[in-house]
Design a protein around this ligand. Structure first.
Ligand code: F0G
Length: 459
């Protein structure tokens, strides 16, 4: 951005392009029917604008592709590993860095050691894989989000904050049962909303007073740091890496999906300070992922991530990233489409409960909206509501706290005209939302049902 002008432009130009495949409405209607009305079952070739996830779907930079050529595939002690470890520690100076093939592998390893029946893991809001990995050990995954975070329409600069009173209450009653407290930054399942540095400091203080480890689920740490820079008193003069290092200094460890802010197509890590815990985790890593100097990754992936990490904290990129997401959300808001406000970092979340108020939660209003967006314009989104979170460990099906449809924006991938098209499609579908059908789930797998469930529209 030149100093004299206000338009925030993509801080890159296009170097290599991928064709998009156009489809007709008839083709999309038969594709989604064949997919059991589950957008995860579509062939990606049948999708025009893919906003299913921002995970692993971003564009790598010239310098990341160049770094891939430096990938050294030595089984042990590769120079690519040492570059990766140094890049992680530059931002997150934890004593131990344990590379995994993606975020959930880090979760699986950590909760295998810390979880178990009778334990309670607290989080502002557990992401679906995090919750599933906690519950798979028999432990309880408890969400302790502030009340504002549950209301899509309430404005609050840090709607991802943890409710400190509830945390204090949990720890004072059941300290011995709580092996770890997490903060998810930004809070993906709660609208991509950030957590303030003040809240992280307070959570850290409470945890340490009770002797409970505090971890970050840090997939979108750079976006969270940018929100702190923009919104939190006294933070605007600080460099982004400096804010990130303070976040890390408050925690005892982190899990990471490097498929988000670090611009990886694959990758993740677990990092922590506790030597004994790190040893247990490394032993599990060797069982399921690989040797500790590559984990689940190739040397070339480690190189791409090391380079990506340095790009993720660049202010020109983050200003564009947050602004371009807000551009979509604000346009929809102006058009009268109910969205989670303020607009999150990596995604715009449509409020399907408000928009499809004729449908009860168990008719899956979010799923209905997501299917309609695909049928109308080839836009793929994801339901974050009762389909994703409705099934309880005890077998009951209950409405989720919110019925959202997420338009996740891959990093550096789509242009403003792609987003203008998305705005047009969403606005069109929203104008006839009250005529969209409910859905029944006709196949449900035992866990993480949203990925493979099948549906049918109900008349
Ligand atoms: N934690 C959060 C907050 C996430 O958003 C994700 C993934 C994970 C953990 C797991 O990481 O996919 O590398 O195993 N979120 C993706 C999404 C899948 O679409 O939001 P992973």
């Amino acid at each position: 951005m030149s100093d004299d002008f206000h338009t925030i432009i993509e801080p890159f130009r296009i170097h290599s392009v991928e064709p998009l495949r156009m489809t007709t409405k008839e083709q999309r209607e038969s594709a989604i029917q064949a997919a059991g009305y589950n957008l995860f079952n579509l062939h990606a070739q049948d999708v025009l604008i893919d906003l299913l996830t921002d995970s692993g779907t971003g564009a790598m930079s010239r310098d990341q592709w160049a770094a891939i050529q430096h990938g050294d595939e030595s089984y042990a002690g590769s120079p690519s590993w040492f570059r990766f470890e140094a890049a992680v520690k530059e931002l997150f100076p934890f004593r131990h860095v344990i590379p995994t093939h993606q975020g959930r592998a880090a979760e699986k390893i950590l909760f295998s050691v810390l979880g178990g029946p009778g334990k309670v893991v607290a989080n502002n809001t557990h992401f679906d894989t995090t919750r599933a990995n906690v519950e798979a050990t028999g432990a309880e995954a408890r969400d302790l989000l502030i009340a504002e975070g549950h209301d899509p329409a309430v404005l609050h600069p840090f709607k991802g904050n943890m409710d400190l009173e509830s945390l204090e209450e949990l720890l004072s009653e059941r300290r011995a049962d709580v092996p770890v407290v997490f903060l998810t930054i930004t809070n993906n399942s709660g609208g991509g909303q950030p957590v303030s540095l003040a809240n992280m400091r307070a959570v850290s203080e409470i945890c340490h007073r009770y002797g409970v480890p505090f971890f970050l689920d840090a997939c979108r740490f750079a976006e969270n740091a940018w929100f702190i820079h923009e919104r939190e008193a006294g933070q605007s003069a600080r460099e982004i890496p400096d804010i990130v290092r303070e976040m890390a200094s408050l925690a005892d460890g982190m899990t990471m999906s490097a498929k988000k802010d670090p611009f990886g197509n694959i990758g993740g890590w677990l990092a922590l300070n506790d030597d004994a815990l790190a040893e247990q985790c490394r032993n599990l890593l060797i069982l399921t992922e690989g040797f500790p100097t590559y984990g689940g990754l190739a040397g070339r992936d480690l190189e791409a991530l090391a380079q990506g990490l340095s790009e993720a904290v660049h202010p020109d990129y983050l200003r564009y990233r947050i602004r371009s997401t807000a551009y979509v959300g604000e346009a929809l808001d102006r058009a009268g489409v109910p969205v989670v406000k303020p607009i999150g970092g990596h995604a715009v979340y449509l409020d399907a409960r408000a928009l499809l108020s004729h449908l009860p939660a168990l008719a899956y209003p979010g799923q209905s909206l997501a299917v309609a967006l695909y049928q109308a314009g080839g836009v793929r989104s994801v339901e974050i509501g009762t389909v994703m979170f409705g099934r309880q460990p005890d077998g009951r099906e209950v409405p989720a706290a919110m019925e959202l449809v997420r338009l996740a924006i891959p990093r550096r991938t789509y242009t403003q005209s792609h987003m203008d098209y998305v705005i047009e499609v969403v606005t069109d579908v929203a104008s006839r939302a009250s005529s969209l059908p409910g859905y029944a789930m006709v196949y449900e797998p035992p866990a993480l049902r949203h990925f493979t469930a099948r549906f049918e529209p109900v008349a």
